[in-house]
Structure formats: structure tokens, C-alpha cells
Design a protein around this ligand. Structure first.
Ligand SMILES: NC(=O)c1ncn([C@@H]2O[C@H](COP(=O)(O)O)[C@@H](O)[C@H]2O)c1NC=O
Length: 510
């Protein structure tokens, strides 16, 4: 019996060649309106879907392949006598191969100012239905949704037939594709309706790359990106030089981007193991980098540096003097790029952290589930600072406190940051008690803690952190406030002449 192939595609790429090859392999071709026209233009004989359904394509294409003549041809099991008899009785034939790709919903919603109506019209109904029917019956039907699979299929057919494994692989790809397509539609409508706590979540991502391994060599890993382009993100960053990014590189680079995005003025951020180890800001990017470097010249070794201005020659010379895994900046001056690329392995990325962050949520997997929360986009612009002590901070102290606060937000809790003169001086990260984090930050700052400021990501449950800070010479503290024992910390500050301000906003980061 002559085998039949049904072709109905939005993406017409490679269609003419594919149709010709199927024809030469002995397939009878059936097609829908626009697809049929292209096949005919390629000089290949093709039957209209309406001949099969004995029904016109109606409602602007909303109904064309949604017909039992199509779906029984796809779903009938070839080794099931009853199915075959039913086809015969109804005068229907089987369809052995389906090539369908869908209305461009993703591209449509990515367009600036797209209307709800336009989005709705790009929800494909007939296409996914055919794909699902064919994929369900993959044992008897070959199903293709990706034009890059056309040649594999025709090559396999030319050698005989598609193996069970290949048909199942194609079916799996189709089910992933229709699920991804539907997830995008669901996301679009969920956003439109403003549902914040939906009963099911269908987030969908696209592969950027497979990774050599995960956090450790015995863990496999890959990197996926959001479907909506975010130019300020690592997923859409351009790698200009160096080895492929590793799993840990991606995490660290993302952490560095999040910190540098806090600053409007020229700023440099060095990150190790997802915590900032040096942050500096200045009038020029090279000065900012010097400050970030001086903050902790030991930890920056093998680290990741993110900058928010174009890298000039001077900064490139500074950067090339140390071993870094990754350098990220919105652009590189030619001379600077030449200097940096003398090192074969350093990964150089072009990414502009100042692009508005469209991500609304942050997710984290826990055993057996997923936690979803709003991303921490809290800034000092959104709060009223309250001076809790007798002494108010000086202007420079306030400036340094703002820097320390912007950084402590991105440090693993319990977090303490010591800062002064537009740079961090010490970072205490991920400690199980707050005074321990303060001890680490102050030890790192050493003598420089004298006259510096301190930021704490959460309130002080007791006055011990203030006492420790006072001993090291800290002159001003910024923290959320709100502890039952705030007064004890305020009293300790007053006793030591420390100015303390409350933000009323906490920045836990677990
Ligand atoms: N409604 C239907 O019965 C139907 N059947 C196939 N389609 C889609 O129509 C497109 C191809 O249309 P055309 O061949 O007219 O260019 C494909 O993306 C296919 O997925 C349909 N369109 C939308 O649902």
C-alpha cells in the first residue's frame, strides 16, 4: 500500500527538499493551504487536506486538519484488526508520516506591544493535535516537528525504514515540544490574569548548553535559559574569549552580575563561591577595580570580576595581572581586549548588567518540590532610613553604608559587610551566628575597620555584634532593626559614639 505523509508547517524552511525526497521515496503527500502551495511551487505533486477530510478548511484556518479522517489515519494501530476494519468500513486510509510545526506563538508574544488578540490567533490547535496523535502512535507513525530532523528521517527511510528507537526519539521530542508550546501559552495567560499562586506551575526553559559536569565532576549538568530574552543576563551573554563556562562559573558569574547591577556609578565586583569578596566604586572603572582588588587581594585569585563600564587599557592591564576565571563587562576597548586575550583560558563575556532585570521570581528546588518567591528587588530608595542613635551618620558614612547595604543583600546569610572609602573592606558570609559573621568581616578589614561602617542583612538579636564592631573601631552601622532587643544595641552604639540607622527591610539570602 502507498505510504502517506501529511505536511502542515508554519516554518517552511527545507520543506521543498523534504517534500521532493519523500515523493521520491514513494510517499503520497497531503498538505494544508500555505504548505501545499510551497510544495506545488517546488514541482511536487501533493493532495489537499480537504480531499481527505471531504471538508473545507474553514474559519481562517482555525479548522482544517481537525477531522476524524486525519486522526483515525494517525491513531489506528496497524496490528489491530479491529482498527484496520474500522478504517476500511469508513473508507479511510492510514497516515504514516507527519511533519508539523506550529504557529509562532513564542515569536508573536516576544513582539513589542503585541495585542492579546494577535497572541490568541497564534495559538495553534490543529498542529499540536496532529503531533500528539502521531507521537502517541509512534510505533506506526513517524512524527517530525523540527526541520533539522528532515534529513535524518529521509536518510533512514532511504535505507529501509525508521527504527523503533528513532521513531520513539522523535515522538519524545514532539511531546517535549508540545509541552513547551503549551507552557508558554499557560505562562502568557497566567501573567495576563495576574494569578500569583496558580494550582500548577508550568515554567519552560530552552537549552543553552550541556556542561562538562555540575558542581563536582561526578554530577552531570546543563544550562537552560528563559524563553523571553534578557540581554542583561548570563543566559544571553556573549562569550568573546576563553574556555567554555562551567556550572560553578555560571553560578558565580550570575552572583557577580547581580551585585554590579546595584550600582549606577562605575563599579567593579569580585566574586568567589557566589559571595562578593571585593566591591569598589569610583569615578572611573579602573579606579573602581583597584578598590575592589584592594578589598581582598587574596580571595580574588581565581575569581570572577564583573564591571559595569567598558574596559579600557588601564583596567585591562590591572585585570591581566591576576589570575581570573571570568571577566564580564558591557564592552571592551580594542586595546583592552588585545591585552586580556593574551591569556588563553580566561573567559571574557560581554554582558550589560544595567539592562532592566525582568525576572520577577526566584525559584529554588527542595527535596520533593520547588519554592517560588518574588525576587529580592528591595533597595534603599524604597525605604525611609531611620537614625536610631544619638549620633546621625556623616555624609561619607551614609555613602559607605549604602554601598555596604547593596552588597550585604547578595551575601549568604548570616551576612556582615564592612566598608569604607567606596569599597568593601571585609565580608562575613554564611555564618550560623551573626557575631561570627561580624568577626570574619572585621578580621578581614583589619586596621582599616577603624572609622569604617558595617552592614548587617538582618537585625541584631543582642548587642554582641555592636560590641565587637566598636572594639574594631566601626563608626556607623546599617541594619534592618526590628529586634525585641533593639534598645540594647542602640544603647551600645550610643555608648561608643556609633551612628546606627534602621532600614526596616531585611535581606536574608539562604
Ligand atoms: N486548525 C487546524 O486544523 C490546523 N491544522 C494545522 N494547523 C497549523 O497550520 C499551519 C500550516 O498552515 P498552512 O499550511 O496553511 O501554512 C501549521 O502550523 C499547523 O500546525 C492548524 N491551525 C491551527 O490550529
Amino acid at each position: 500500500m502507498t505510504k502517506r505523509a501529511l505536511l502542515s508547517v508554519s516554518d517552511k524552511e527545507g520543506l521543498d527538499v523534504f517534500a521532493k525526497e519523500l515523493k521520491s521515496l514513494g510517499y503520497e503527500l497531503i498538505s494544508t493551504g500555505g504548505t501545499k502551495r510551497i510544495i506545488e511551487e517546488a514541482g511536487v505533486e501533493v493532495r489537499s487536506i480537504s480531499e481527505i477530510t471531504e471538508f473545507p478548511e474553514i474559519m481562517d484556518g482555525r479548522v482544517k486538519t481537525l477531522h476524524p479522517a486525519v486522526h483515525s489515519g494517525l491513531l489506528a494501530k496497524r496490528n489491530n484488526e479491529e482498527h484496520q476494519n474500522q478504517l476500511k468500513e469508513l473508507g479511510l486510509g492510514t497516515i504514516d508520516l507527519v511533519a508539523v510545526n506550529l504557529y509562532p506563538f513564542k515569536e508573536t508574544i516576544a513582539k513589542e506591544g503585541v495585542s492579546e488578540q494577535e497572541a490568541i490567533e497564534n495559538v495553534d490547535i490543529g498542529g499540536p493535535t496532529m503531533l500528539r496523535s502521531a507521537a502517541k502512535n509512534f510505533e506506526d507513525v513517524a512524527v517530525i516537528t523540527d526541520p533539522s530532523d528532515y534529513s535524518r528521517v529521509t536518510e533512514a527511510l532511504a535505507q529501509g525504514d525508521l527504527s523503533y528507537e528513532l521513531r520513539r526519539e522523535l515522538a519524545a521530542k514532539v511531546f517535549r515540544h508540545t509541552a513547551h508550546y503549551d507552557a508558554l501559552i499557560a505562562e502568557y495567560f497566567t501573567e495576563l490574569t495576574g494569578e500569583e499562586n496558580p494550582e500548577t506551575v508550568t515554567k519552560t526553559y530552552e537549552r543553552v548548553q550541556g556542561l562538562r559536569y555540575g558542581e563536582n565532576p561526578h554530577q552531570s549538568a546543563s544550562f537552560y535559559k528563559e524563553v523571553k530574552e534578557d540581554k542583561g543576563s548570563l543566559a544571553y551573554a556573549e562569550q568573546l574569549h576563553g574556555k567554555e563556562l562551567s556550572y560553578n562559573n555560571i553560578q558565580d558569574a550570575n552572583a557577580a552580575l547581580e551585585v554590579v547591577a546595584e550600582f549606577a556609578e562605575p563599579a567593579a565586583v569580585a566574586v568567589k563561591h557566589m559571595n562578593p569578596c571585593g566591591v569598589g566604586k569610583a569615578d572611573t572603572i579602573s579606579e573602581a577595580f583597584s578598590k575592589a582588588y584592594e578589598a581582598d587581594p587574596v580571595s580574588i585569585f581565581g575569581g570572577i570580576v564583573a564591571l559595569n563600564r567598558s574596559v579600557d587599557k588601564e583596567t585591562a592591564e590591572q585585570l591581566s595581572g591576576i589570575f581570573l576565571e571570568i571577566i564580564m563587562a558591557p564592552s571592551y576597548e580594542e586595546e583592552a581586549f588585545e591585552i586580556l586575550t593574551k591569556k588563553k583560558n580566561v573567559r571574557i563575556l560581554k554582558v550589560d548588567a544595567s539592562v532592566e532585570d525582568r525576572a520577577k521570581q526566584k525559584t529554588v528546588s527542595v527535596r520533593g518540590g520547588l519554592l517560588i518567591q518574588d525576587k529580592d528587588k528591595g533597595t534603599l530608595d524604597q525605604v525611609e532610613l531611620e537614625t536610631a542613635t544619638d549620633r546621625a551618620p556623616t555624609e561619607q558614612e551614609l555613602e559607605d553604608m549604602k554601598l555596604a547595604w547593596s552588597v550585604v543583600k547578595h551575601v549568604k546569610s548570616n551576612a556582615i559587610v564592612v566598608a569604607g572609602n567606596d569599597r568593601t573592606l571585609g565580608v562575613g558570609a554564611g555564618q550560623m551566628n551573626r557575631v561570627g559573621a561580624a568577626g570574619i568581616a572585621l578580621e578581614q578589614a583589619g586596621q582599616k575597620a577603624e572609622g569604617a561602617v558595617m552592614a548587617s542583612d538582618a537585625f541584631f538579636p543582642m548587642p554582641d555584634t555592636v560590641e565587637t564592631a566598636a572594639q574594631a573601631g566601626i563608626k556607623a552601622i546599617i541594619q534592618p532593626g526590628g529586634s525585641k532587643r533593639d534598645q540594647d544595641s542602640i544603647d551600645a552604639c550610643n555608648e561608643h559614639g556609633i551612628a546606627m540607622v534602621f532600614t526596616g527591610m531585611r535581606h536574608f539570602k539562604h
